[in-house]
Design a protein around this ligand. Structure first.
Ligand code: KG4
Ligand code: ZN
Length: 347
C-alpha cells in the first residue's frame, strides 16, 4: 500500500522506546509542536530504567502528551494526515504502548500509519534545525544503546549502510556506567559531563580502543576507569576522572567519524543521538571537521535526546517520498537492526 498524500502532509510522531513519551507534529520538514514527558525520576532510585515502570508511565502520559503537542501547535487532531511511530529498537513493553496508541489514533482519524526506526529518527531530528540532508553524508549515531558510523543517502529512499559499530557497550552506556561508578547518579551522561567541566581532560590518559578502521569499543575504557578508581588513594579526583574519560570517548568518536568522511570523499558529518548533546563532543567534532573542510551538522541539544519531533520528522520524509504504509499487524522489534528509515515488523 502506498501513501497517496500530498507533499507537506501533517504527521503526528509518537516515540516510546525508552523512558521518554515523545510526541511531535511535523509538516513538510517543519516542526509545528511537540511535547515530551519523562519517567526518568521514577527510575533514578534503581540506577537504571525499569521496563515495566517505563511502560506504565507511557500509558499514563500518552494522551495528555498528544493533546499538549496539538495545543502548542494550534492544530486540531482532525488535521493530522498520518501517524508515525517508533517500531524499534527499544524496550519491547514500552514500544508496544506507543504502537498501540499510534494505531488507535490512525484508525480513529482514518489516516495511514508508518513504523519507523528509532535511530533514523535521531538522524532526521537534524533536518528540523538545518533543513534537508545533502545527497550523501556520514552519520555518527551515539545513544544509550547504540554507537554506529553510517553512510547515508536519501534517508527516506536509500538503504542505510554501516561503516562500523560498537563491539560492546554503546557510548551513552559507557557514560552511564562510569557516572554510576563515580557516584554521579542517573542519568549519567549529563551528570558526568557537568562534573567534567571542572576537570583536566589530560589528567589521566585512558585507553582509546582501536577496533578496525571504523569500529568502536567502550567496555575496556569503562574497566580502565574502574581499575584506576580501585587503585586510587585518598579522595577521588572525580572531575579529572570525568574529564579524562569524556575526552577518551570524544577523541575516538570524532577521529573515526572524520576519517570516514575523508576516506569516502563525503563533506558532511551528522552527529545524532543522546550523546550528541555532549558539549565536548560537539566542540571537538567542530574543530576536527573545520580542519578538514567538513560541514558538521548536530541537532540542538534538546533534539538530540529522545523526543517525538524526530519521529514525526522521519515520518514526514517518508510520507513525502511516497513510502509504503505500515501493515495493520505492525508490532515492536526491540532489537531491529538499522537498515532503512521505515520499519514494519509483524510478529
Ligand atoms: O538517544 P537517547 O536519548 O536514548 C537512547 O536512544 O538510548 O540517549 C540516551 C543516552 C544516555 O546514555 C545518556 O547518558 C546520554 O545519551 N547522554 C549524554 C548526554 N546527554 C545524554 N551523554 C553524554 N553527555 C551528555 N550531555
Ligand atoms: Zn534514542
Amino acid at each position: 500500500m502506498g501513501t497517496a498524500l500530498p507533499p507537506g502532509a501533517l504527521v503526528l510522531g509518537i516515540e516510546s522506546s525508552c523512558d521518554e513519551t515523545g510526541v511531535g507534529l511535523v509538516a513538510g520538514g517543519k516542526l509545528l509542536g511537540e511535547c515530551t514527558a519523562t519517567s526518568m525520576d521514577a527510575h533514578a532510585r534503581f540506577g537504571g530504567i525499569v521496563p515495566e515502570v517505563a511502560a506504565r508511565a507511557h500509558l499514563e502520559s500518552m494522551v495528555p502528551a498528544v493533546r499538549t503537542a496539538l495545543k502548542r501547535a494550534g492544530i486540531d487532531k482532525s488535521d493530522v494526515e498520518a501517524v508515525a511511530v517508533t517500531a524499534g529498537p527499544g524496550l519491547a513493553t514500552a514500544l508496544t504502548v506507543g504502537i498501540a496508541a499510534a494505531k488507535a489514533y490512525a484508525i480513529a482519524l482514518g489516516v495511514p500509519l508508518i513504523g519507523v526506526h528509532h535511530l533514523a529518527g535521531h538522524v532526521a531530528a537534524d533536518t528540523l534545525d538545518h533543513g534537508p540532508l545533502p545527497e550523501r553524508s556520514v552519520g555518527l549515531v551515539v545513544s544509550g544503546g547504540h554507537t554506529s558510523l553510517l553512510m547515508l543517502g536519501d534517508l527516506a529512499r536509500d538503504p542505510i549502510t554501516h561503516l562500523g559499530d560498537t563491539a560492546d557497550d554503546a557510548a551513552g552506556e559507557a557514560f552511564d556506567k562510569v557516572a554510576r561508578l563515580l557516584g554521579l547518579g542517573y542519568p549519567g551522561g549529563p551528570a558526568l559531563s557537568k562534573a567534567a567541566l571542572d576537570g583536566d581532560p589530560d589528567a589521566i590518559r585512558f585507553p582509546r580502543a582501536n577496533v578496525g578502521k571504523y569500529g568502536f569499543s567502550f567496555s575496556g575504557l569503562k574497566s580502565a576507569v574502574a581499575r584506576w578508581v580501585e587503585a586510587a588513594e585518598g579522595p577521588l579526583p572525580v572531575a579529572d576522572i570525568a574529564a579524562s574519560f569524556q575526552e577518551a570517548v570524544c577523541d575516538v568518536l570524532t577521529a573515526k567519524a572524520v576519517a570516514a568522511c575523508t576516506d569516502h570523499g563525503v563533506d558532511t558529518l551528522v552527529i545524532a543521538g543522546g550523546v550528541a548533546a555532549n558539549r565536548r563532543l560537539r566542540d571537538l567534532a567542530e574543530a576536527r571537521c573545520a580542519e578538514r573542510g567538513i560541514t558538521l551538522r548536530v541537532p540542538a541539544p534538546r533534539l538530540c535526546t529522545d523526543n517525538g519531533a524526530m519521529i514525526a520528522a522521519v515520518g514526514s520524509m517518508l510520507v513525502d517520498a511516497g513510502a509504503p504504509w505500515a501493515p495493520p499487524g505492525l508490532s515492536a522489534d526491540s532489537s531491529a537492526p538499522l537498515t532503512a528509515a521505515a520499519l514494519h515488523p509483524v510478529r
